[in-house]
Design a protein around this ligand. Structure first.
Ligand SMILES: [Zn+2]
Length: 219
C-alpha cells in the first residue's frame, strides 16, 4: 500500500454472451497495465481441478499466467500487497461472495477487472454478474454476432450435446444468438446450471457460503 498511497480502487465489469470477446478485452486491458509496469495478477475459477495454473492467450498471442481458485476467498488470500491490477475471467462461475471480495480489493486501492457471461443458458441474468455490474464503476457490455442471421447477439445458445457438466472452454457446443433466434431448451439447460452449481459448491475446502435455503450436500 505504501507504494500506491493515492491510487483509487475500482471495479470494471466486462460482460456479454459467449463469442463476444470478453476474455480478449480483459487480456487487452491487462496487457496495457503490464506495459505500464504495473503488477498484474489473474485468476479463474477451478471447475477443472487438474490444472492449478494456466495461461490466458489473446488472438494476438499475448500470454498472461492465471491461477485457478476454488472460491472467491482464495483470491483475497493470494493477491500480493503490491499488485495494482487484478483480472478475473469466467467470473460468473463464482458464488455471490465474489462481490464482497471484489469490493474489498477495490477498497484497498486495487483496479479489479472482471469478465463473464451476463446471461445463463436460459437467457436469465447470471448471478453474480448483475451484482458486480451494480457495484462496479465501469461496465462494458459486448455483443457477439448471431450465428443464424448475423445481427448483434447477446445470448448463448447451447447446441445438441450430452449431459456433461459445463466446462470452461467447451465453446464448440455453443453459438451466439440474437433475441429472435435464441431457443433455450429448458430441461437440459436447467440440468446444466445445476451441474455447474454442484461443481462449484463441492470444492475440497468448504467455505460455508452456500445460499440461504439450500442445504448443499446433495446427492
Ligand atoms: Zn439472429
Amino acid at each position: 500500500m505504501a507504494f500506491f498511497p493515492h491510487r483509487p480502487g475500482s471495479i470494471e465489469v466486462i460482460c456479454g454472451s459467449m463469442f463476444s470477446g470478453k476474455s480478449e478485452e480483459l487480456i487487452r486491458r491487462l496487457r496495457l497495465a503490464r506495459i505500464a509496469h504495473q503488477r498484474v495478477e489473474v485468476f479463474k475459477p477451478a471447475l477443472d481441478t487438474r490444472y492449478a495454473e494456466l495461461e490466458l492467450v489473446s488472438h494476438s498471442d499475448f500470454r498472461i499466467a492465471a491461477r485457478c481458485v476454488h472460491n472467491a476467498h482464495e483470491i483475497l488470500a493470494q493477491v500480493h500487497d503490491l499488485t495494482a491490477v487484478i483480472g478475473i475471467d469466467e467470473v460468473q462461475f463464482f458464488d455471490e461472495t465474489i462481490v464482497d471480495v471484489c469490493n474489498r480489493l477495490a477498497n484497498q486501492g486495487k483496479r479489479v477487472i472482471v469478465a463473464g457471461l451476463d446471461q445463463d443458458y436460459l437467457g436469465r441474468p447470471f448471478e453474480p454478474m448483475p451484482r458486480l455490474m451494480a457495484v462496479g464503476e465501469y461496465v462494458t457490455k459486448l455483443l457477439a454476432v448471431c450465428s443464424v442471421c448475423g445481427d448483434p447477439a447477446n445470448r448463448s445458445q447451447r447446441l445438441s450435446g450430452g449431459k456433461d457438466v459445463v466446462e470452461l472452454g467447451a465453446t464448440d457446443r455453443y453459438e451466439a444468438r440474437c433475441r429472435r433466434h435464441f431457443e433455450p431448451e429448458e430441461d437440459r439447460q436447467l440440468e446444466l446450471i445445476h451441474d455447474r452449481q454442484r461443481a462449484m459448491s463441492a470444492p475440497r475446502r468448504p467455505h460455508g457460503d452456500t445460499e440461504p435455503g439450500t442445504s448443499g450436500g446433495q446427492p
